[in-house]
Design a protein around this ligand. Structure first.
Ligand SMILES: C[S@@+](CC[C@H](N)C(=O)[O-])C[C@H]1O[C@@H](n2cnc3c(N)ncnc32)[C@H](O)[C@@H]1O
Ligand SMILES: [Zn+2]
Length: 270
């Protein structure tokens, strides 16, 4: 079972003790137990999913969109960074379908990983993303149910970040890879379809939130234009927060401007 990929990596959300897999559930030495869902993930959240947790329809659209290959350059870049650091254990936070984690695990032979998301629909999909990936439901704004210092890399792509928790779960010299959209990301499509905007100080806020926790080691812009079929553009709208406001039926082919920042941070020793 893919949850086995998380051996030695999970912590009890009630008492922070180590969790081990035992048949159909995971448990800690204090006796707290959590059932493994039929689809192979475990729910370690202390509360019901919040209103902004992505829905099954959004996850299905995300799966189709990512399969189109239009974001492969982002995935290749993230995977190369983690492979370059030689990380053997990786967690993707706000993983959605676990697409980026899957690409990372393909690139790093023998590595194993955890896909963490607050949405059970995401965990259901992420549990199938890779044989060396486990999926858990957890809220990034709570203490993460992950053991301290056990991860060689944390990956966070277009997802919320809890920098003190990322620092806690990383081993000394561990790598944090964060992908954020620039203000130019999908600019023409945003204007055309009235999509939500992007705050333009995202990178500065990220840098500020890393102070005292991480050493900033690099910041690279990935910028390209690609022709996207109408169906992919529709999925792009349907997979994000705009889906909460409705998705247009007819969407034309369009040139898509992909513009993101890949930021790398290192956890200092000690
Ligand atoms: C824009 S999606 C990105 C998903 C994936 N990284 C990708 O790029 O395909 C953001 C993800 O963060 C998750 N998310 C939102 N709030 C969260 C929270 N508080 N804790 C954990 N995950 C959260 C959503 O459910 C969603 O899957
Ligand atoms: Zn416990």
């Amino acid at each position: 079972m893919s949850l086995d990929a998380a051996r030695g990596l999970l912590a009890c959300p009630r008492c922070a003790g180590p969790l081990t897999l035992d048949g159909g559930s995971v448990g800690c030495p204090a006796g707290h137990r959590f059932d493994v869902a039929r689809q192979g993930y475990v729910n370690l959240a202390n509360a019901a999913p919040p209103a902004n947790a992505h829905t099954p329809a959004m996850l299905a659209a995300r799966d189709r969109f990512l399969a189109s290959g239009l974001y492969d350059r982002i995935a290749d870049d993230v995977a190369a960074r983690v492979a370059g650091a030689g990380a053997a254990t990786v967690v993707e936070v706000g993983a959605g379908t676990g697409f980026y984690l899957g690409r990372v695990l393909d690139a790093v032979q023998g590595a194993r990983g955890v896909a963490l998301d607050v949405s059970p629909a995401a965990a259901r999909r992420a549990a199938r993303t890779h044989p060396r990936a486990a999926a858990i439901v957890a809220d990034v704004w709570q203490p993460l149910p992950l053991r301290s210092g056990r991860f060689g890399a944390v990956v966070c792509v277009f997802a919320p970040r809890n920098m003190p928790e990322f620092a806690r779960v990383l081993a000394a010299h561990g790598l944090l890879v964060v992908v954020t959209p620039t203000a130019a990301h999908l600019d023409a499509l945003r204007a055309r379809h009235g999509l939500l905007g992007i705050e333009d100080d995202k990178d500065e806020r990220l840098l500020r939130s890393s102070l005292g926790l991480f050493e900033a080691i690099a910041r690279n812009r990935l910028d390209y234009r690609v022709r996207a079929p109408g169906a992919a553009v529709r999925d792009l709208i349907a997979m994000g927060p705009n889906a909460f406001h409705g998705v247009p039926d007819d969407v034309e082919d369009a040139e898509m401007h992909v513009s993101v920042t890949v930021s790398l941070f290192r956890r200092p020793a000690g």
